[in-house]
Design a binder for this molecule. Structure first.
Ligand code: COS
Length: 380
């Protein structure tokens, strides 16, 4: 279904056309086979990188696309409507570039052209096996030894494990709490960084996720991002942007499920007419379409605040919460529209429903989003 969009520049329309063409040519025909084999499409990411789609919201002088966030998110949405794992990979990579782009010194910023061009793929290591929501309690340690930090601990749920070229490691260089946390940027090939067995996930199977063990890994001291003790703030502000990426992924997934359900309901006949003509289904489809539009509007409103340099972290939490809950509901309803056919793998809607679930969990569970929003209420 064509989505009516208002974009800020003629260039942004061209970019969206390019993303749509790539999504139709490179993503849609391959998604089922990669999902079935649980294989990560590294080459697809390279293709997107060469097309300039892996560094869209970053400045041109460091190799980015200099696009407003609202444009980047709509590109992400189009990719997610064809292949969620690829859109999520773009979102995670964009998140992984954020600490260096926003806080990195001159030396670290020299890496940005290769990062933003997609030659180097990134990962973001914050969560640990014993905790993800209470991020300030993380225990992975980094002890300064001469010209390096020696990192010991385990990170969990790391997207791009085994494939990433660089890792952002949030680790403890000081005392307890948020003020003792720092951010390091490590090369994946560093001795002592050991990705563990891939997780067997409910959905998003072409997206590789695993724990990463840090066993005395020596990360050069000049790979510290920002100052010692600022890691928690770097992590949180990166997640503000990342949550908008996840919201856009959710909008795209929901749009894909809606499009599929509508096409099916107009084709499928019962009692002598297409099932879309029965009010029970027509109204269900209308509610799905309305929810997708509302999720898109909320997500883009938050992005426009970010683009205007205004505080947007609470609006990003609302967008992530609403868009991912919407994706869960719309994909579940899409299964219902297809009836028995929705429950088997001959149609993609059962996969969409499995994929939607993870969006309510990653980059802050929706309970954490509610916590962030509720804490802000009544504050100036
Ligand atoms: N941007 C910048 N700084 C932020 C921030 C943000 N969005 N959110 C919090 N901070 C700062 C606070 O201002 C505070 O700084 P000061 O000590 O100077 O006042 C510091 O960070 C600690 O903040 P807070 O007291 O709110 O921390 P909490 O331990 O209460 O945790 C939550 C806050 C729960 C919101 C945070 O831990 C969180 O988002 N958890 C979920 C983590 C997550 O998303 N994990 C997914 C893994 S990545 S896939």
């Amino acid at each position: 279904m064509t989505v009516a969009r208002i974009l800020p520049t003629p260039e942004a329309y061209e970019l969206l056309d390019l993303a749509t063409e790539l999504a139709d040519r490179e993503l849609a025909p391959q998604v089922e086979s990669f999902e079935a084999r649980a294989e990560f499409p590294r080459d697809v990411l390279r293709t997107l990188g060469r097309a300039g789609l892996l560094g869209l919201p970053y400045p041109e002088e460091v190799g980015g696309g200099a696009q407003p966030y609202e444009v980047y998110l709509q590109v992400l949405e189009v990719l997610a409507s064809r292949w969620l794992a690829v859109a999520e990979a773009v979102s995670v990579h964009t998140l992984a570039c954020y600490p260096v782009a926003a806080y990195g010194g001159e030396q670290l910023r020299k890496l940005l052209p290769d990062m933003l061009g997609g030659e180097l793929l990134g990962a973001y290591c914050l969560s640990e096996p014993q905790g993800g929501s209470d991020a300030a309690a993380l225990t992975t340690k980094a002890v300064r030894d001469d010209d390096a930090y020696v990192v010991t601990g385990t990170k969990a749920w790391i997207t791009h494990a085994h494939h990433a070229d660089f890792y952002n490691i949030f680790c403890r260089t000081g005392g307890p709490g948020p003020a003792g946390i720092s951010c390091l940027l490590a090369d994946a090939g560093t001795a002592g960084i050991v990705p563990q067995a891939p997780e067997k996930t409910m959905g998003l199977r072409s997206s590789p996720i695993a724990q990463i063990a840090f066993d005395g890994a020596r990360v050069p001291a000049d790979r510290l991002v920002g100052e010692e003790g600022t890691g928690f703030k770097i992590a949180m502000s990166a997640l503000d942007s990342g949550r908008l990426g996840i919201a856009a992924c959710a909008v795209g997934l929901a749009q894909g499920a809606l499009d599929y359900a509508v096409a099916y309901a107009r084709e499928r006949e019962q009692f002598g007419r297409p099932i879309a003509e029965f009010q029970g289904l027509g109204f269900l489809l209308a509610d799905m379409a309305t929810a997708v539009s509302a999720a898109r509007a909320l997500t883009l409103a938050a992005a426009r605040l970010r683009d205007a340099g205004r505080p947007y972290s609470i609006e990003a939490a609302k967008a992530k919460l609403f868009a991912t809950d919407t994706a869960m509901r719309v994909t579940t309803d899409a299964v219902q529209v297809l009836g028995g056919y929705g429950y088997v793998a001959d149609h993609p809607v059962e996969r969409y429903m499995r994929e939607a679930k993870v969006l309510q969990i990653v980059e802050g569970t929706n309970q954490i989003q509610r916590l962030v929003i509720s804490r802000s209420l009544g504050r100036p």
